[in-house]
Design a binder for this molecule. Sequence first.
Ligand code: COA
Length: 140
Amino acid sequence: MRIEVRAARADDWPFVRDLWNRLDRILGPLWYITKPHGFGMPDMGEFFVAENDGALCGFSRVKRGRDGCWNLKQIGTAPDARRCGVARAMVAKLPRPCEVQTDEDNAGARRFYSATGWVYGGFVLPRNHGGRRKAVFYLT
Ligand SMILES: CC(C)(COP(=O)(O)OP(=O)(O)OC[C@H]1O[C@@H](n2cnc3c(N)ncnc32)[C@H](O)[C@@H]1OP(=O)(O)O)[C@@H](O)C(=O)NCCC(=O)NCCS
């Protein structure tokens, strides 16, 4: 298994869109993409994809906040490629400092962040999130 992480290209979009749609309950819906692909749109931030021996198997998206800190907006690994270090490799390529918020009840994601160098920073209660809390992690 050889995992490589690189900036996404336009022809990666069908993979990213399909994985995002499969994980939309966790990652949030893709409803706000109206163009053929989301890469390069000003408000979408930057996408990275992971390949395992040349086959796409994961993606991440980051946006830079006004304070200069990056926000990890999404990270996902295809179900059949999990627990092989794909997301760990994507984290290694993230710009820093970086923050992520994940649903409090997403135990797998919380363990993943704790295992890949993120520091737990408490909870927030976002608006429009059904009164559910999110756990915050930082990568410095
Ligand atoms: C969370 C997610 C991105 C992890 O991807 P992954 O490629 O399987 O993660 P890795 O293989 O790099 O895991 C690295 C380490 O994190 C920890 N980890 C990862 N997933 C875990 C899980 N479900 N339960 C417990 N620990 C986990 C482990 O310590 C793992 O190392 P190990 O396999 O040697 O024990 C993946 O499960 C996923 O896509 N989930 C759905 C989307 C999601 O929840 N995204 C995050 C919230 S935005």
